[in-house]
Design a binder for this molecule. Structure first.
Ligand SMILES: CC(C)(COP(=O)(O)OP(=O)(O)OC[C@H]1O[C@@H](n2cnc3c(N)ncnc32)[C@H](O)[C@@H]1OP(=O)(O)O)[C@@H](O)C(=O)NCCC(=O)NCCS
Length: 222
């Protein structure tokens, strides 16, 4: 049985928008042409999704979020209220002689941003253009993100700095004193389901059942 799509009467859904089953679009939201939204998402009131924005399944976009062209949000992400994405690092309204407005459509200056699976962005965050937000990362409220965020990274501030790692439920499982990831080979316990493992400067989730009997940990960072 499929779930219905609910679109508030005041929402603007332009032609060519695709919306998956079970998704709700609240009052005053605006979905521009070519937007693709997956299944069981919520698009909050007065959110703006620019031309061609792509959302996976189970994504929450809260009120007044601004997602511009070039933004892709993967499955299970949380985009809190008043989050603003950007896609032009050095924007100008007009040509250099101020003769006329520049075209607002996608062009060579349009940079792409990807928010990977399970990531959360807190309220009132600004995301710089051309950024990659790693899987299950978390961005603290009010942050200004100017650099890529590693998977499971917790960042806060302006400019946003790495202050720790979070697990898949969002619990902080490790604190960073210097804005750097734990050393390669570190194992950070999360819960009985698994741990985070750092290899070649990347953080990944390792389910408990994947750890062999000879493996050390998880007992803290090893
Ligand atoms: C980033 C966040 C996850 C940290 O939570 P936490 O681990 O419980 O944080 P703590 O309270 O332990 O704070 C640790 C330190 O970071 C600071 N801090 C916390 N959040 C911060 C933020 N967003 N920006 C800057 N500093 C922050 C705290 O003031 C504290 O500083 P101190 O040690 O000097 O006192 C949380 O504060 C946050 O921003 N959550 C998002 C909330 C949100 O936007 N929800 C949207 C849906 S309602």
């Amino acid at each position: 049985m499929t779930s219905p799509i609910r679109i508030h009467a005041t929402a603007i859904v332009e032609p060519g928008v695709e919306i998956g089953e079970g998704t709700a679009v609240w009052d005053g939201a605006h979905l521009r042409a070519g937007v693709r939204v997956g299944r069981h998402c919520i698009i909050g009131e007065k959110a703006y999704l620019g031309p061609g924005v792509v959302l996976g399944d189970l994504v929450k976009v809260n009120a007044c979020a601004y997602l511009c062209t070039g933004v892709t949000i993967e499955d299970g992400c949380m985009i809190a209220a008043h989050t603003v994405f950007t896609n032009d690092l050095t924007p100008r309204a007009t040509d250099p002689e101020l003769r006329g407005l520049l075209d607002s459509g996608p062009g060579p200056r349009t940079l792409r941003t990807v928010v990977h699976r399970g990531a959360s962005i807190g309220a009132n965050v600004t995301i710089g253009p051309g950024i990659e937000l790693g899987t299950f990362c978390m961005v603290g409220m009010g942050s200004v993100v100017t650099r890529d965020i590693p998977a499971f990274g917790l960042v806060v501030g302006n400019p946003a700095r790495l202050v720790g790692l979070v697990d898949r439920s969002g619990e902080k499982v490790w604190s960073s004193a210097d804005g750097k990831l734990p050393a390669d080979g570190s194992i950070i316990p999360c819960n009985e389901d698994g741990c985070l493992v750092v290899t070649a400067g990347r953080v990944r989730w390792q389910p408990a059942q994947e750890r062999g009997p000879g493996d050390r940990g998880p007992r803290g960072i090893e």
